[in-house]
Design a protein around this ligand. Structure first.
Ligand SMILES: Nc1ncnc2c1ncn2[C@@H]1O[C@H](COP(=O)(O)OP(=O)(O)OP(=O)(O)O)[C@@H](O)[C@H]1O
Length: 234
């Protein structure tokens, strides 16, 4: 489903990605872990077609993303650090706007369903600018999936969420997984990674240094492998 081949990203003299090779199967739920500045968000942005690699390529469904940009973008839902929402719009208006951009059918119905799913029905008509960080994150998550993408790319999705919102987000991800959606999530939250992901990738200094499957939400294994590989940099 997602393949990266020998991705290298340079900015000026700095090498951010040093040959990232990845192959992610349809329906997998993958967490990318690693120390600050390791290159995790950069990998996500390259897959999301937001930035171009200096060399190497990304294939989605065996199609090179450069050549099939529009088609690929419609398959992807991306949750960046910034919410991308219009803050003077309500959640409903935001979701209808983004839904229309993606050509979502029955967009108002879909928007209302999603707002209910993220637990914000009570705030349907309040402008987003009056929302807390956690509430904004919930709307941002709904925005990222409004077009029912086959792939979701989440950059630190749990940051700023309270316990109830974490439960809601995990439920959304697992529901989408049950429908065959592929998820790639950059996170520093090992507990959430172990809870919802079936594969862990550890990135250090622009390279993948470990890549393993996870069974039974084995958080201890994640901690152990991470400590071993990132010794001296955390
Ligand atoms: N446009 C850019 N120009 C210069 N340096 C950049 C640019 N984008 C990223 N970097 C640098 O590349 C490195 C990797 O950044 P990236 O955001 O991918 O790291 P990360 O692993 O997601 O880190 P964090 O856990 O802190 O979010 C960092 O040192 C960052 O400063």
């Amino acid at each position: 489903m997602i393949q990266t081949k020998q991705l290298i990203k340079r900015v000026g003299d700095k090498v951010i990605l040093r040959g990232v090779n990845l192959s992610i199967k349809e329906g997998q739920t993958v967490a990318i872990l690693g120390p600050n500045g390791a290159g995790k968000s950069t990998i996500l942005k390259v897959i999301a077609t937001l930035i171009k690699p200096s060399s190497g390529e990304v294939l989605i469904n065996n199609k090179e993303i450069k050549k099939h940009a529009l088609e690929v973008k419609s398959l992807i839902g991306y949750l960046p650090h910034a919410s991308l929402l219009y803050d003077h719009f309500t959640p409903l208006e935001n979701l209808i706007l983004f839904g229309k951009l993606y050509g979502v059918k029955d967009v108002e119905k879909r928007a209302k369903e999603l707002i209910e799913k993220v637990g914000l029905s009570f705030f349907l008509h309040e402008p987003v600018k009056s929302f807390s960080r956690g509430m904004i994150q919930r709307v941002a998550i709904a925005r990222a999936i409004v077009h029912e993408p086959r792939i979701i790319l989440l950059d630190e999705p749990h940051t700023g969420l309270d316990q109830q919102a974490i439960v809601i987000l995990n439920k959304v991800i697992l529901e989408m997984k049950a429908q065959g959606t592929t998820t790639v999530m950059v996170t520093h939250d090992f507990k959430q990674a172990a809870e919802i992901c079936d594969r862990i990738i550890i990135v250090k200094n622009g390279k993948i240094v470990d890549d393993f499957m996870l069974e039974n939400n084995n958080l201890d294994l994640v901690f152990d492998k991470y400590a071993l590989l990132t010794e001296g940099v955390v």
